[in-house]
Ligand binder design. Structure first.
Ligand code: S3P
Length: 448
């Protein structure tokens, strides 16, 4: 990220049209690099997301001894060192803005007797790491961090790792994944249970790399059992396009009258599909064309047409399957008729920013009535009255807050400015260009 904040302004747009070629999935891109580094031999990755978060993970894998090379646009080669083969990094590992990066990498090194120090930007250094490091301590990992389990933090991997049998107390794919990656280098079986199913890319990809892993559903949730110390076989990984990034052009098309867009090859993994269920309840016209499998994930081409939407109640049980989509849903809800209530979303308070508060503050500044509790957000849709806009909103080092308000500004009466759009580069490089390609040439650098 460059040193100086970079404001961006969105103004009312004519109809959006055309096809949105999205970048690769962020979650799968991190995992492809990490699993490639833990396999023996060369993993080839195509469609890798080349956003700042993933590039930080690529640099980290180099620091742990893997050979990571960019061969072309989105095409990367990783020569892995094998499970337990990580070398001790000579420098501090800077994961930038990425919670996924740092938590998964801490897990991946935790059962190897090396020491590494991790840091990040102001957003990442304010986020809780104890949810990963507390269970790892039971494996024999030693950790010294700042108060409240914050980065910068030094992690000394376990000399004699003890496999975990652990129930994850929050719905978090990062925690689940970190503990599974730690279990790779522990002898015997690691058993991780989650109360609510979260994104399952780690499980799918570990199976693809040849690990012995099984998941079982029960009344108490989902239990994953991994047999430790496998030899992972290198893979060709084709990264599908990111459904969380797709949410921005999709919701923008639902906000801007007359729009009709297509979004090719978006992942329809059920653990990521909650937004689309919600949009359909709001009355959105979305068709899923040509369903197929790509890179081990179900995908489809989305066709989205503008139409008036109504507010809905989003149940807490759906939160895990759309956890990254609440900012753009809140923006869309402001344009719908009636109120939208999002419940059971306390986890939003510990994302790149406190997303409940960031959306509530920004929407209020745009003339929308909102209410928040510790774990809910209610947005009173303006419907046919239209959203006033005319505000400068703080992105709070959070890419999804920045993009949500830039999409909203395409449909407000007065322009919406985001004070700092630099964080968008962490997950969606080329966002403004892609939106311009759909006809939204009204997102442009602008004064804060
Ligand atoms: C992610 C898990 C989610 C999500 C994040 C990516 C992952 O975080 O918000 O953007 O790739 O595992 P939590 O595990 O904190 O819910």
């Amino acid at each position: 990220m460059t040193d100086l904040p970079h404001a961006m302004t969105a103004r009312a747009s004519g109809p959006l049209a055309g096809a949105a070629a999205l970048p690769g999935d962020k979650s799968i891109s991190h995992r492809a690099l990490i699993l490639g580094a833990l396999a023996v031999g060369e993993t080839r990755i195509t469609g890798l997301l080349e956003g700042e978060d993933v590039l930080a993970t690529a640099a980290a894998m180099r620091a742990f001894g893997a050979e990571v090379t960019r061969l072309g646009e989105g095409v990367w080669s990783v020569h892995g060192v094998g499970v337990g083969g990580f070398a001790e990094p000579a420098q501090v590992i800077d994961c930038g803005n990425s919670g996924t990066g740092v938590r998964l990498i801490i897990g991946a090194m935790a059962a190897t007797p090396i020491t590494a120090t991790f840091t990040g930007d102001a957003s990442l250094n304010a986020r809780p790491m104890g949810r990963v490091t507390d269970p790892l301590a039971a494996m024999g990992v030693r950790v010294l961090g700042r108060a409240g389990g914050r980065l910068p933090m030094t992690v000394a991997g376990a000399e004699m790792p003890v496999p975990l049998d652990y129930r994850v107390p929050v719905a978090s794919a990062q925690v689940k994944s970190a503990l599974l990656l730690a279990g790779l280098n522990a002898p015997g079986r690691t058993v991780i249970t989650e109360g609510t199913a979260t994104r399952d890319h780690t499980e799918r990809m570990l199976a693809g790399f040849g690990a012995e892993i099984a998941a079982e559903e029960s009344a108490g949730g989902r239990t994953i059992t991994l047999t430790g110390q496998p030899e992972l076989a290198p893979q060709a990984v084709a990264v599908p396009r990111d459904p969380s990034s797709a949410a921005f052009p999709v919701c923008a098309a639902l906000m801007v009258p007359g729009s009709e867009i297509t979004v090719p090859a978006v992942s329809r993994n059920p653990t990521r599909a909650g937004l689309y269920e919600t949009l359909s309840e709001m009355g959105a016209d979305i068709a899923f064309e040509c369903p197929r499998d790509e890179g081990g994930e179900p995908v489809a081409d989305l066709r989205v047409r503008f139409g008036a939407l109504r507010g809905v109640e989003v149940p807490p049980g759906r939160a895990a399957s759309m956890i990254d989509e609440y900012p753009i849903l809140a923006a869309l809800a402001a344009t719908a008729e009636g109120s939208t209530v999002m419940r059971g979303v306390a986890e939003l308070r510990v994302k790149e920013s406190d997303r409940i508060d960031a959306m509530a503050a920004g929407l209020a500044a745009c003339g929308v009535t909102v209410a928040q509790t510790e774990d809910s957000l209610t947005v009173e849709g303006r419907g046919a009255d239209g959203v006033p806009g005319g505000a400068t909103v703080a992105s709070r080092l959070d890419h999804r807050i920045a993009m949500a308000f830039l999409c909203l500004g395409l449909a407000t009466r007065a322009p919406v400015t985001v004070d700092d759009a630099r964080p968008i580069e962490t997950s969606f490089p080329g966002f403004a260009g892609l939106m311009a390609g759909l006809g939204a040439d009204t997102i442009a650098p602008g004064a804060a």
